[in-house]
Ligand binder design. Structure first.
Ligand SMILES: [Fe+2]
Length: 381
């Protein structure tokens, strides 16, 4: 049997897309059958099952087909990106496959690019709203989302944009577990830890080369994703924007932004505000590429989708779309001026004086359960 299914390949209540077969190719459940309990799914996975269509394919083709089958046309962008994170975790945190690794990462990059092209505001909101167990894996997907959106804004070719996104999805592959562990460390980094961090871009390139990644844009972007134009970055300390590939520089900015807005122990929204200010400041000091920094701020706006804001009216709400200017997003009111929770959010155009944004609001101050897909106008998948 070429490709065994995992628990996440089967869903209670969803018709099977193909015949389910055992290791001898014997059909256990016909296409269209519905499994009615998780216990039955667990039993089947334990036995080792696959879809019949995979039996006729080469292992690489079956793996690609299996990965592509996770994404359906009727899925909302939040669910698509959630599945991308789960699949990236599965590809990069288990034994990395010696064949087909690059193709699987390319499939995930293409799915992210399509999602960002169709629903950029929802994709950007997922940076703030989606929660996942592994910080390190979600961080790479978050950076890939930003690369997709900024790359599209800069009219970078689709081929180069996908290569840069593949780099974002694999930039820290040599230290994913270590990164999760560092994330919860309260004390300052030790010399040994800094050594591991400083060598991770080149170690990642070595690992990628070992699993037959040959794309020079992908590899160069990973190698330079911590270099700064003023020479203060690592591992090589290369100076000058002209000496650094654009992908590495976009990732450098996106990496810094997402690292600081990620849900950690501190206040997310206050931190996001500081991050935008930091990016402007660092761009001016040449520690980041200034032109890209400006483009980044222009693209996200001062109140990126997913931010919680207060308006002149006294209402609080969530940014669902970027507006015509950087500080005039479209907001859905969640809390009235008197503190009442709205059953149905009300759309506010903050370019109108009485609904102008006055400040960002910490997520904890907006005590409302959110249904992100419906807020962005999607049905639950
Ligand atoms: Fe990194």
């Amino acid at each position: 049997m070429s490709v065994l299914l995992r628990k996440s390949d089967l869903t209670v209540g969803r018709p099977l897309p193909n015949d389910l077969v055992d290791s001898n190719g014997r059909v256990l459940l016909a296409r269209g059958s519905v499994i009615d309990s998780q216990t039955k799914i667990d039993d089947l996975i334990q036995r080792g099952v696959s879809f019949s269509e995979y039996l006729t394919l080469s292992p690489g083709a079956a793996t690609r087909k299996k990965l592509a089958s996770k994404f359906h046309a009727d899925m909302n962008p939040f669910d698509v990106l959630s599945v991308v994170i789960d699949e990236l975790q599965s590809i990069c945190c288990a034994d990395i496959p010696s064949t087909g690794f690059d193709e699987q990462i390319q499939i995930l990059a293409t799915v992210i690019a399509d999602t960002c092209d169709k629903s950029p505001d929802a994709a950007l909101a997922s940076l703030v709203l989606a929660q996942k167990a592994s910080y390190a894996i979600k961080h790479e997907v978050d950076v890939a989302i930003l690369v997709a959106v900024i790359g599209q804004k800069l009219s970078i070719s689709q081929k180069e944009r996908l290569s840069m996104m593949c780099a974002a999805l694999t930039m820290n592959i040599s230290m994913l577990e270590y990164q999760d562990w560092l994330q919860i460390q309260a004390s300052r980094l030790t010399e040994d830890q800094l050594f591991v961090i400083h060598k991770h871009p080149l170690e990642a390139v070595t690992m990628l080369a070992q699993v037959k990644v040959k794309d020079p844009v992908w590899l160069q972007t990973v190698a330079t994703h911590h270099e700064n134009p003023d020479g203060s970055g690592y591992p090589r300390g290369t100076a000058g924007s002209d000496n650094l590939p654009i992908g590495g520089q976009i990732i450098r900015i996106a990496d810094m932004y997402t690292a600081r807005i990620s849900a950690r122990a501190f206040n997310v929204q206050e931190n996001e505000k500081a991050t935008l200010a930091d990016i402007i400041m660092m761009g001016r000091k040449q520690a980041l590429t200034q032109e890209l920094t400006e483009q980044f701020i222009k693209t996200l706006g001062f109140y990126p989708p997913g931010s919680f804001v207060k308006m002149v009216s006294g209402e609080m709400g969530i940014v669902v779309r970027r507006g015509k200017t950087m500080n005039q997003p479209i907001v859905y009111t969640l809390i009235t001026a008197s503190g009442g929770v709205l059953g149905s959010p009300v759309k506010r155009d903050t370019s109108m004086e009485r609904f102008a944004v006055t400040s960002l609001v910490p997520r904890g101050e907006v005590d409302v359960k959110l249904d992100a897909p419906s807020l962005w106008g999607f049905l639950r998948s």
